[in-house]
Design a binder for this molecule. Structure first.
Ligand code: ATP
Length: 252
């Protein structure tokens, strides 16, 4: 279980202030939904945590470790995995191979370390067994040996989750997971996310426009506008907060 602490994070693009001293904490094992109108700064924060961007000020700590000192290509080895809005899967590879690819992100602490310890053949077998277990957890075991191409978007979203979990993260970043899904796929994905959170003890940061999903699965919600936090609390508290209502509907 892991705590994420975002403290005074600011980010500028030329003259635009995308994040303005943003601070919030996600407790161990919590799901935090980050909401806000278009341009609020959600993606920018997400990209700062996943180390694609370097903020101009502030601190982002996972269990006390400063993530801003970690380069993007090493972030998985420090316990952070993410999914992408447009899926980053390999269509010609099987479900199993796509999931195994996620474990390579662990670097020396994962597959590479295992090769050095127990040799390539055993490391490969262990990796396959672990990836297969993840596919079982996500209800995808029957598809293990099929290529990822030509599957429904909802199924591929679950595969992307399996691949992210193969990196054995403590913090999982979900980038608009509901995008492009049908109502029933959103419901299914929501219960899957909660289940993997419980099973793997994950802390989750979720950026999402689908309000029903965010309010349904989050333990806490952080609402942003113009790069600042405008509300924070339980889904019920944030939904009825006047600043949030006005940010979405415009001032009365
Ligand atoms: P959306 O919900 O539309 O994805 P968002 O809340 O994710 O919006 P951001 O994409 O983080 O918002 O954008 C915050 C602000 O920073 C906006 O004003 C945006 O135009 C600006 N911005 C974001 N990325 C860049 C960039 N790479 N270069 C310049 N400006 C940027």
């Amino acid at each position: 279980m892991s705590e994420l602490r975002v403290d005074g994070v600011s980010m500028h693009f030329g003259g635009i202030t995308a994040l303005d001293g943003l601070s919030f904490t996600i407790g161990s094992g919590q799901i935090c939904g980050l909401i806000g109108p278009n341009g609020a700064g959600k993606t920018t924060l997400f990209n700062c945590v996943s180390r694609i961007y370097q903020p101009s000020a502030g601190s982002i700590c996972l269990d006390g470790e400063e993530l801003l000192d970690v380069p993007a290509h090493r972030i998985a080895g420090h316990g952070v995995a993410r999914t992408f809005q447009n899926l980053g899967l390999f269509p010609s590879l099987t479900f199993l191979e796509n999931t195994m690819a996620g474990a390579h992100a662990r670097g020396r602490g994962g597959y590479l370390g295992s090769i050095l310890r127990i040799g390539q053949a055993r490391a490969e077998r262990e990796l396959r067994a672990e990836a297969f277990e993840l596919l079982e957890v996500l209800g995808l075991a029957d598809l293990a040996f099929l290529p990822a191409a030509h599957q429904s978007f909802g199924t591929l979203k679950r595969l992307e989750l399996a691949r992210a979990l193969a990196a054995r993260p403590r913090l999982l970043l979900l980038d608009e997971p509901a995008g492009g899904l049908t109502h029933s796929e959103v419901d299914e994905l929501s219960s899957t996310i909660r289940r993997v959170r419980d099973e793997f003890g994950l802390t989750i940061l979720l950026v999402e426009h689908h309000m029903a999903m965010v309010m349904g699965i989050s333990d806490i919600v952080v609402a942003m506008n113009f790069g600042e936090k405008i509300a924070e609390g339980t889904p019920a508290e944030v939904r009825s907060d006047p600043a949030v209502v006005s940010a979405y509907l415009g001032a009365p």
